[in-house]
Design a protein around this ligand. Structure first.
Ligand SMILES: [Zn+2]
Length: 478
């Protein structure tokens, strides 16, 4: 078999979290009773006129800056004509030749290697409604609440060469959308969806192969599986002497397969033309600059700062930087300078993430402030409380909303690190356990753990286990 490589381009649609819809004053909210967030404009009644929501343009420009795009300060909107029952106007207002943002790029990390993916364009458009298929009803119903919800479409260059790169690209896009706070990114609510273009070619070939577009991909894991499925399908086709035909396919996540939707012969002609009911978009340069200045430190920059300046591993740095809430807590906590970045990162990625996953709460919605976390971890690093005591304090902070110092005092959790006291304790325990001492001296090294355990027990868990272990080891080898 020849050596193939896949060539993938992605079109990500992200719903923007503006208060109102793109061309009317209806609320932009998910999950409300069907057909209640509608008006004549978003229902496409004849004679109504759209008015562009300025926030949509601002949000899209922010994303353009975050993805290093050129911003087109003058651009227009176009009608994309097609008929579908969830689109009452029978056209979608989008942008054809001149998008709001273009020629950008995004750096992603895959297996510790940085790679740049080109971003062709970002344009603004409106979402369509949703068809509801109910078994109790012999037909489909339509909910128009989503008509006119603002979207940005982010189109990548065909620079992606593996499903892992696609995953990294999608994860990075999602995390940037959250950092600049323009989309709530709830996949289960359809806030981010993507279309995937896949072709394969012999490794090193200059020309691209014939590509297929896959629609209906509602999750990142679905995109990864869809890409792998599609590349494999095309390679098998070529290897068996067949030819890939350009077509649009539908990804069925439940079956893990894609199916032909339409071929090139019946490809849709959208008859794009300039939207006559809307003015040209003109954004002044001052505003474009101000929006650029409002972009916070983005995940890529954070990862490299965490690794280079704070000594975190690439994996830990990525896991923290990817999530806005985790990086916020981490940044605030390290800025206090009370404990090492390493212990903060360990706690955020273990106990705090677990709590957040178990309860579904964001870690910044809890009584665990950065100050409290730093105070608690400083006590652990000083050795004045044990790691297990710290876990107990952590739980009490979350349930009782108290400061760590008070909890440590109330619960009597202060660890005994007094060497004189601990030496006497160890001496007593060794004297009481002659057999274990003899075992140790005969090479049964696990007797050490038993003896340390006895010391801890005798101190009711208050002894500093690290110091006890040192003392017992020293006494046994003397
Ligand atoms: Zn409306």
């Amino acid at each position: 078999m020849k050596d193939y490589e896949m060539v993938v381009g992605l079109e990500v649609h992200a719903e923007l979290n503006t208060e109102s819809k793109i061309y009317c004053n209806c609320r932009n909210a998910f999950g409300l009773e069907v057909n209640t967030q509608v008006c004549p404009i978003c229902m496409g009644m004849p004679g109504t006129l759209p008015t562009l929501n300025e926030k949509v343009v601002e949000y899209a420009i922010k994303m353009g800056h975050a993805l290093n795009c050129k911003i087109n300060s003058v651009c227009k909107q176009d009608r994309k004509n097609y008929f579908y029952p969830d689109l009452p106007k029978a056209y979608q207002i989008s942008q054809a030749e001149v998008p709001l943002c273009e020629n950008g790029h995004l750096d992603i990390m895959v297996d510790g290697e940085e790679k740049t993916i080109g971003v062709t364009r970002i344009h603004i458009e409106e979402d369509a409604g949703k068809l509801l298929h109910d078994e109790s009803f012999s037909g489909s119903l339509v909910d128009l609440n989503r008509c006119g919800v603002p979207l940005i479409e982010i189109v990548s260059e065909p620079d992606i060469r593996s499903s892992a790169e696609a995953k990294a690209y999608l994860d990075t896009i999602k995390s940037i959308l959250q950092y600049i706070n323009i989309s709530d990114c709830k996949m289960q609510e359809g806030s981010i969806r993507c279309d995937v273009n896949v072709s394969v070619r012999e490794k090193g070939a200059a020309e691209f192969g014939t590509r297929c577009e896959m629609k209906n991909v509602n999750s990142f894991s679905g995109a990864v599986r869809g890409i792998e499925y599609e590349a494999k399908r095309q390679i098998e086709l070529l290897e068996s002497g067949g030819k890939v035909i350009q077509e649009t396919r539908r990804w069925d996540d439940a079956k893990g397969m894609s199916f032909t939707m339409r071929t090139k012969e019946d490809a849709q002609d959208y008859r794009y033309f300039p939207e006559p009911d809307l003015l040209t978009i003109v954004v002044d340069e001052e505003k474009i600059k101000a929006l650029k200045a409002s972009i916070p430190e983005l995940p890529n920059k954070k990862v490299s700062r965490y690794v280079k300046q704070l000594g975190l591993s690439q994996i830990d740095a990525t896991l923290i930087a990817e999530a806005v809430d985790k990086s916020k807590l981490f940044d605030e906590c390290t800025a206090l300078g009370k404990c090492s970045p390493k212990i903060i990162s360990n706690w955020i990625l273990a106990d705090i993430s677990k709590y957040s996953n178990d309860t579904g709460k964001s870690i910044i919605e809890t009584p665990l402030t950065a100050q409290r976390l730093a105070d608690l971890l400083a006590e652990v690093e000083k050795g004045s409380i044990s790691n297990s005591a710290a876990k107990k304090v952590f739980e009490i902070i979350l349930s009782d909303d108290k400061d760590p110092a008070d909890i440590i005092k109330e619960q009597g959790l202060v660890q005994n690190s007094d060497t004189g006291f601990l030496e006497q304790l160890a001496k007593d325990i060794l004297a009481e356990n002659e057999k274990s001492v003899a075992d140790y001296k005969n090479g049964k090294t696990n007797a050490l753990g038993y003896l340390v355990g006895q010391c801890m027990k005798a101190s009711k868990g208050k002894a500093n286990p690290g110091i006890v272990k040192e003392i017992v080891t020293k006494m046994l080898t003397e």
